[in-house]
Write a protein that binds this ligand. Structure first.
Ligand SMILES: Cc1cc2nc3c(=O)[nH]c(=O)nc-3n(C[C@H](O)[C@H](O)[C@H](O)COP(=O)(O)OP(=O)(O)OC[C@H]3O[C@@H](n4cnc5c(N)ncnc54)[C@H](O)[C@@H]3O)c2cc1C
Length: 312
């Protein structure tokens, strides 16, 4: 089958790779790639965050976790490593995504050592992973902005345009959630451990180590639809640094600040377009594109394989 994938962020590239593995002939069209995408800004650790629907996220996340763990073991150039993840939550209730991974209760490796949920968390380095994925593909990326999905060539067209889907599909449910990160030299941070402090729902804090640097975050601020990407805020940066100091997280010198817009929807849109049977949507992964990419791509591949498909 000939499939055109629109979008070259993590969702588009993983979808393209999965479809090529299933024997499809894939073409990719994207307005931007690598550092022009939201995917380039992500932490990016396996962690179901600001994404839905809960009844589908677990299976997508579990499948993606297995795939990332395999890449970590077999393809060091992909920039994936398996860390020990901790989530500090406001209550002792199991995380809503606990069916996707084994979690145990343990003291978090931060000052005060509050009890946290501990789990194996693959972490992706977008600057390594996105070019690695693109280089693995037989398809090359055609740089172009798509304005009409139904006009694209192929037996199937897969829409992986992230926030771009808001205008492309007139999707009012898709909104930008601002995130900001600060990248530091590693300093005294344990490069094998990631920590998310979710105790204050309005002010998430996280530490995501990479091979040669540490990402501190973050924030989750809803912006008006169509808002431009804001420059990094000094006030948010100061709050992140204060959270790090309070928890005893001691990175080295600061390197840079970055912002990104998470493509949030109450539920990832994954399914056939009701008006165009050839078009399959796969967008709206919020704060969890790296956490769900492979599971969602497998569902797209299953839809491609079906001869009779149901509109969503
Ligand atoms: C600060 C921050 C931290 C994050 N941390 C994590 C994390 O730790 N773990 C995690 O799993 N997720 C994380 N995320 C979320 C993750 O980054 C997103 O869910 C993911 O990047 C979305 O990927 P995407 O491919 O859908 O979108 P994008 O990466 O934005 O890619 C969209 C693609 O579509 C193209 N496009 C758009 N419109 C058109 C058009 N009309 N025609 C042609 N091409 C078009 C774009 O050019 C681009 O190639 C984080 C996000 C932010 C901002």
């Amino acid at each position: 089958m000939r499939v055109t994938v629109v979008g070259a962020g993590v969702i588009g590239l993983v979808t393209a790779r999965t479809l090529e593995e299933r024997g499809h002939e894939v073409a990719i069209v994207a307005a931007g790639q690598d550092q022009e995408t939201t995917s380039d800004v992500a932490g990016a650790v396996w962690f179901p965050y600001r994404v839905g629907p809960p009844e589908r996220v677990g299976a997508w996340a579990a499948s993606t976790r297995r795939w990332l763990a395999r890449l970590a073991a077999e393809s060091p150039d992909a920039g994936v490593d398996v860390l020990t993840g901790y989530e500090i939550t406001p209550t002792a209730d199991l995380p809503w995504w606990a069916d996707a991974v084994d979690v145990t209760r343990a003291p978090a490796p931060v000052t005060g050592a509050p009890l946290a949920w501990r789990f194996e968390a693959p972490r992706v380095e977008p600057r390594l992973f996105l070019p690695w994925l693109a280089a693995q593909l037989r398809a090359r990326i055609e740089r172009r902005t798509v304005t009409d999905l139904a006009a694209e060539v192929g037996d199937v067209v897969v829409n992986c345009t992230g926030l771009g889907a808001r205008t492309l599909c007139a999707d009012a449910e898709l909104v930008p959630l601002l995130g900001q990160i600060a990248i530091y030299e590693p300093g005294a941070v344990d490069l094998g451990v990631s920590v998310t402090d979710d105790r204050d729902p309005d002010q998430v804090f996280y530490v995501i180590p990479r091979r040669g640097e540490v990402v501190l975050g973050g924030c989750t601020i809803p912006l008006p639809p169509g808002a431009a990407l804001p420059a990094p805020s000094a006030a948010i940066d100061a709050r992140i640094a204060a959270d790090a100091a309070r928890l005893g997280v001691r990175p080295g010198a600061p390197r840079t600040l970055r912002t990104g817009l998470r493509p949030f929807r109450p539920a990832v849109r994954l399914g056939r377009d009701p008006g165009h049977a050839r078009v399959i949507h796969n967008y709206g992964h919020g704060g969890a594109g790296f956490t769900l990419a492979r599971g969602c791509a497998e569902d797209v591949a299953a839809l491609c394989a079906q001869s009779l498909m149901v509109p969503v």
